[in-house]
Design a protein around this ligand. Structure first.
Ligand code: AHR
Length: 522
């Protein structure tokens, strides 16, 4: 009976999306999994759920900062609707001010009376005037308001160790030195806590076009003037590789591995994989681009594993963390928007991409200590889209929200075999999944059903676990490109999950096609 109803739901999805999306052969698939609830797979750092906010398009201005005189409700210039939404996500850390922007940023431009701050040209992002109304104090206020921590990216490409040292002192010195007193004069008495400091960004590209040997030496030089102290326990993160640039990680680890706490990795998901012509559209795509998107995003598993293997060679104790501090989907910009602002719509596909990546990160908790998705608001794979006084929470936002119980949870080994789905010359596993025991004691299973057509009945052997209730949340929609946009009724939002049953040691989960499901076992 259950299966029958699942099949008819799948057929309905096919009917709704046929023609434009060419989904064929909708079916109910079966798969098996086994959960080892008594084994400890390591702690899933909460920092894996980090955010990235750059001075780019509407990422800061309009997205976070509207100014104290705005009609949009705000606290000291920071919009209150955005703060409330981000508080609900338990954002552990925000990376700022860039991105490429960071390697042209002079932190002194963003302190002192706002009406006296210089206006600069944002050379990387649409030549927009950078008014510096949002600087160090405003960023740290934002962090405090959302209850998060800071990851400051310092300028290596066009700056000096002196500038970095002075910014670190300005922010973290408890003393009576001139920089600490300047901070006080600007309204902040106590030193700030900064969790992470990025020493450069994409130093192989927009951060200076350096060769790995050159940057490794630059990193060593900068970090020599980065002083940890009682009030600065921030970790030093080296600018790492782009995607499969393994030589970068190898050289960095060999030359400077002993002087860093972490090294970054950037990997973006483009449906076509083509940076130079069309990357693929955010909406209106067909099954082929749905599948190619997942085929590319799942490469994250291989890329992390290969960088890890290199790091293991130089750091077998796994002291140095891998920080995936830029990841997410990157599509063609929306027609009619400034190409330099990287504004794209956000659909159900993005939510499933996010969950698929979370499941990958959870399998690498001994090395992946932090990630930050690009970017929080109005840019690339955003959590929130704003339009003047309106905001909308995206499908990606909801994927992050559903996975909150995984923050600082204990990973539990979950083995499974997934059926495959093929289209347009690409084949993907129909789903991926991960499990953890949350800090609240409950067991959670997160599933990304990447199959655009087929529902999956997943049988999980939960031997050793006493389950009395199966609950959770599910996020899905009729259309692959169902989007949430400001001022329009949301097309994608999570609802209570009612597809789970427990009988003895056997947990059965009905997982709708193209969905994110987080199951809670009580
Ligand atoms: O996230 C947008 C840009 O992508 C960042 O500024 C840069 O680091 C990367 O190339």
């Amino acid at each position: 009976m259950k299966i029958k109803s699942l099949v008819s739901t799948a057929c309905l999805a096919m009917a709704l999306t046929s023609g434009a999306f060419q989904i064929a052969n909708a079916d109910t698939l079966r798969a098996d999994a086994a959960l080892k609830a008594d084994e400890n797979g390591g702690t899933i750092s909460r920092y894996i759920y980090g955010q990235f906010s750059e001075h780019l398009g509407g990422g800061i201005y309009d997205g976070i900062w509207v100014g104290p005189d705005s009609k949009i409700p705000n606290v000291r210039g920071i919009r209150s609707d955005v703060v409330a939404a981000l508080k609900d996500l338990h954002v552990p850390v925000v990376r700022w001010p860039g991105g490429c922007f960071a390697d042209e940023y002079d932190w002194r431009d963003g302190i002192g009376p706002r009406d006296q701050r210089p206006v600069r040209k944002n050379n990387w992002w649409g030549d927009a005037p950078e008014t510096n109304q949002f600087g160090t104090h405003e960023f740290m206020d934002f962090i405090d308001q959302i209850g998060s921590e800071a990851y400051i990216s310092v300028n290596v490409g066009s700056s000096s160790p002196k500038d970095m040292r002075e910014w670190v002192e300005y922010m973290t010195s408890p003393g009576t030195d001139t920089l600490a007193n300047e901070r006080r004069k600007n309204g902040r008495d106590a030193p700030w806590k900064v969790a992470f400091w990025g020493i450069g960004n994409e130093s192989w590209g927009c951060g200076g076009k350096m060769r790995p040997e050159y940057y490794a030496d630059e990193y060593r030089r900068f970090q020599a003037f980065f002083h940890k102290s009682d009030t600065n326990q921030g970790l030093k993160i080296a600018s790492g590789a782009n995607a499969e640039h393994y030589e970068w990680t190898d050289t960095l680890m060999k030359v400077a591995g002993g002087d860093m706490d972490g090294i970054s990795l950037h990997y973006y998901t483009l449906p076509t994989g083509d940076w130079n012509s069309s990357k693929g559209a955010a909406t209106g795509f067909g099954t082929d681009q749905w599948v190619s998107t997942f085929s590319r995003t799942l490469k994250m598993e291989e890329i992390i594993s290969k960088h890890e293997a290199i790091m293991d060679k130089y750091d077998p104790q796994k002291r140095v963390g891998l920080f995936v501090d830029e990841w997410g989907t990157w599509y063609d910009v929306e027609k009619g928007t400034n190409p330099g602002f990287l504004y794209q719509k956000n659909t159900l596909r993005d939510a499933v991409v996010a969950a698929a990546n979370f499941n990958i990160f959870h399998h690498h908790v001994d090395r992946v200590k932090m990630t930050s998705i690009a970017q929080t608001i109005n840019v690339l794979q955003a959590m929130i889209l704003t339009d003047k006084d309106k905001i909308e929470l995206t499908p990606t936002y909801y994927a992050f929200k559903m996975y909150v119980p995984f923050q600082d949870a204990t990973a539990l080994p979950l083995t499974f075999t997934a059926p495959q789905y093929s289209a347009g010359g690409n084949t993907i596993p129909a789903f991926n999944a991960s499990a953890a025991r949350g800090k609240d004691g409950h067991v959670y299973i997160g599933i990304a059903n990447m199959d655009p057509a087929d529902n999956i009945v997943l049988s999980v052997d939960v031997s050793g676990l006493k389950v009395t209730k199966v609950g959770g949340q599910v996020l899905t929609a009729d259309k692959m490109d169902a989007a949430n946009l400001p001022g329009v009724k949301a097309a994608v939002a999570p609802v209570d999950y009612k597809g789970g049953k427990i009988k003895g040691n056997q947990l059965t989960l009905d997982i709708p096609s193209k969905s994110v499901v987080v199951v809670q076992l009580n």
